[in-house]
Design a binder for this molecule. Sequence first.
Ligand code: FES
Ligand code: FE
Length: 406
Amino acid sequence: MLIFEEEMVKVFGGRSWVYLAHESQLPEPNSYLSLRMGRRPLLLTRDKHGAIHGIFNRCAHRGATICRDDSGVARSFQCPYHGWTFRNTGELVGVPWPQGYGPDFDKSQFGLRKVERVKAYRGFIFGTLNGDATSLEDWLGPARDWLDYWIDRACGGEVIVRSAAFRMGYRGNWKLAYDNAGDGYHPSFSHRSLLDMASRMGEAKDMSYFGRTPDDGPMKTYSLGHGHSVIDQRPAYEGPPGSFWRNQRPQPGRERFEELIRSQYADRADALLDLCVGAQINLSIFPNLLIIGNQIQVIEPLGVDRTQLTWHATTVRGVPDEVNTMRMRTQEDFPAFGEPDDQANFEEVQRGLAVVEEEWIYMNRGLDARWQTVGEDGVVKAPVTDEMHMRGYYAEWTSQMDGEDA
Ligand code: FES
Ligand code: FE
């Protein structure tokens, strides 16, 4: 089996948990989403009682994709090919002219295959095809604390994903995006034009380490086990409420929003303004979930050298509209101006890796620097340019790929 195909079987759903979607994307009973688990087409549905199911979007008759819409509300799905109909929980409920199958035809044998386990952690829905997989909580491990931080930033903890997503594809392997999300080494070089643009709009706080090693700065990277990692940019913004807002990248029009929020919500203004700004963490949950600032980014492998990245902007329930409007503005700039820098590099790395005579790449930064510390929970902390996030997730990748097929 090709390595890519093996990854789709073992890594994406075979042995561990894979991120599927956020609960707010299934807002009402009978909502559904079409997505992929690795390359398997999947329907994520909420039944009439509110429970969530993952069912393969592959007709039990001859394999056609049953639902061809991205999302919607439906109690059942009828396959457009020959009209077999399935409930949104997977059971086959109707077959046109069933007498043709003879008297022994048993509909209960022809339901859609379901994802063995579907589980949400505070709104983040994961699935696995491995009935024996460790619990989702154990799989997330110390990454849970970072998810909690991110969720608890929202007043009342309610984050909403319901806007149209920002989708982009690149001609490269899916792991290149995972490499990059935990890479604190590249921004000063790869994103120079974005940093320059920010500095033209005013004083840019994130330029303060530009030209010097970011390892002397307060940003740190943490290896969280199971291939998960996080870059913490928050120490650069430590301080009383309002610090996130005061340190954010300058944006046109922000003065008007600030004035409005300060005039209407005097005592809460600083806390509300902080919510307009990114969460200042890059949290990577292996193999396909990246939380970057306020955004949820999903990696979808399409082929060995084809990947789709989807950025979901988030809003927060229960805050003034101005906060969410400004929040959407802060989520525009990186996908538009930063992500193309990264994707250009992913394609160039893919091109370079096609030189089969050169087998190895180098991901040893930090290995001999003796700058890492290990906490009691096993979490390793290092200056931000350390490449341990790659070493960490390749250790997880290797253990999953070395295991038996689930
Ligand atoms: Fe679906 Fe025939 S392939 S009904
Ligand atoms: Fe980048």
